[in-house]
Design a protein around this ligand. Structure first.
Ligand SMILES: C[S@@+](CC[C@H](N)C(=O)[O-])C[C@H]1O[C@@H](n2cnc3c(N)ncnc32)[C@H](O)[C@@H]1O
Length: 170
């Protein structure tokens, strides 16, 4: 699991029995996510290891994970470097799941170059090694308010919110 932040994916997976390594470049979100895990009890907390790292510069161990997922992680190095790092960590037969803001999403126009379409993401992957299961753009409506629900815009709006790419190694 990558780009831990609130730890949503790490907690979701650990609650369902996965052993998870959660990575974020920043210390504060990792600490907050670790607290949330602890509050859920040792069964969940003990399944997650937390690591502070810049994934583009320090990729996770090669071919070590059955599932690598990245939700809305945008790095200064650009999406290609991050995707290559994440893809390299997937074990043979494993799955890479990426969700990102679409470059056409006007709400993220202030960070040009940081976002990636599903087609651009899929193109980073070696077709000899990867089978693309889904590369789709979805629009979702987000509510005003909290984390992940409106990004502080203070109103509901339709958002080109996802560039999910789900791929399996051959
Ligand atoms: C929108 S948040 C992800 C939220 C998370 N998926 C969740 O649901 O809780 C994006 C996170 O990516 C992290 N991030 C950005 N660039 C990174 C990088 N190069 N390596 C690791 N984490 C990075 C940020 O610190 C931030 O916490």
């Amino acid at each position: 699991m990558r780009g831990a932040a609130g730890g949503e994916e790490a907690l979701w997976l650990a609650e369902r029995g996965w052993s998870v390594q959660a990575v974020d470049i920043a210390a504060a979100p990792l600490a907050a996510a670790r607290e949330r895990a602890a509050a859920l009890g040792a069964d969940v907390a003990d399944r997650i290891t937390w690591r502070q790292a810049d994934l583009s510069a320090h990729p996770p161990a090669a071919e070590a994970f059955d599932l690598v997922c990245s939700h809305y992680v945008h790095t200064a190095h650009g999406p290609a470097a991050l995707l290559e790092a994440l893809a390299s960590a997937v074990a043979p037969g494993g799955t890479l799941l990426v969700a990102a803001h679409h470059p056409d999403d006007a709400h993220h126009a202030d960070t040009p170059g940081a976002h990636v379409s599903p087609q651009q993401a899929a193109a980073v992957l070696d077709p000899g090694r990867w089978e693309v299961l889904a590369a789709e753009t979805a629009t979702r409506t987000v509510d005003a308010g909290g984390h992940g629900q409106g990004h502080g815009h203070g109103h509901s709006h339709p958002m080109v919110g996802g560039s999910p790419v789900s791929v399996d190694t051959r």
